[in-house]
Ligand binder design. Structure first.
Ligand code: DX5
Ligand code: ZN
Length: 224
């Protein structure tokens, strides 16, 4: 039975008290916590590495540490992130030029002991993901250009989500369908209708005093 999952992105949290922020999220019904890793190469910004994951891990409770690698060479970081506590590692289709390298990165992550996801940027067609579906635990559709929080949701992600939902259902495999970027109560409704079941939200949750209220509001969309 599928369920709706909210994955707060700590990118918009207060890093001066990040442990307390994560602990606060762990007391909400969020089953994932989304960790955005940027290397200054794949995207212009740089965020954090495995040491931050290790620091917050004791405050995550049972939340899946959903690690989104926006980096040029994801395979080089797999072991360090898993040792730090990452449970699920998603890398970008665009990080590699050929399918052999992509498949090798998928297998590397699985062999090292984590679940694996693959993501596409807004200008990449979802069809490219199909050859990898049977190997993946999660597919991540970016609904903004990766690199920073607080951007506007791109509507072209809706057709991509619907396309992936159809293909996941046809395959009959449990693959999370995650969407990331510009998610708020309104856009959450659209992506859930299109077939997404994991909603990443950064500024919408952390920009409000009552995290629980915003998270629950999105979770209630499932029942609605
Ligand atoms: C963007 C990141 C997102 C970001 C989302 O590159 O991958 O996870 O934190 O932020 P919001 O929800 O503010 O668009
Ligand atoms: Zn992300």
């Amino acid at each position: 039975m599928r369920e709706l999952i909210v994955a707060p992105s700590i990118l918009s949290a207060d890093f001066s008290c990040i442990e307390a922020e994560v602990e606060k999220i762990s007391r909400t019904p969020s089953r994932f916590i989304h960790l955005d890793v940027m290397d200054g190469k794949f995207v212009p910004n740089t965020t954090f590495g495995p040491e931050l994951v290790k620091r917050i891990a004791p405050y995550c409770g049972s939340m899946v540490k959903d690690t989104h690698l926006m980096v040029a060479n994801p395979h080089e970081m797999v072991e360090d992130f898993i040792a730090a506590g990452s449970d699920l590692i998603t890398f970008h289709y665009e990080s590699y030029n050929d399918d052999e390298a992509r498949l090798s990165c998928i297998r590397h992550i699985k062999k090292a002991g984590a679940k694996v996801g693959m993501s596409i940027k807004p200008n990449t067609a979802p069809e490219v993901l199909l050859p990898f579906f049977k190997e993946l635990d999660l597919v991540l559709i970016m609904s903004v250009e990766p690199g920073k929080g607080g951007q506007k949701f791109m509507e072209n992600s809706l057709q991509k989500i619907a396309f992936c939902r159809k293909n996941i259902d046809e395959l009959g495999k449990d693959i999370y369908l995650e969407v990331d970027g510009g998610i708020n109560q309104e856009t959450a409704k659209l992506v859930v209708e299109a077939g997404a079941d994991v909603l990443v939200a950064g500024s919408y949750i952390f920009g409000h005093g009552d995290y629980q209220l915003r998270i629950q509001g999105m979770l209630d969309l499932w029942a609605a």
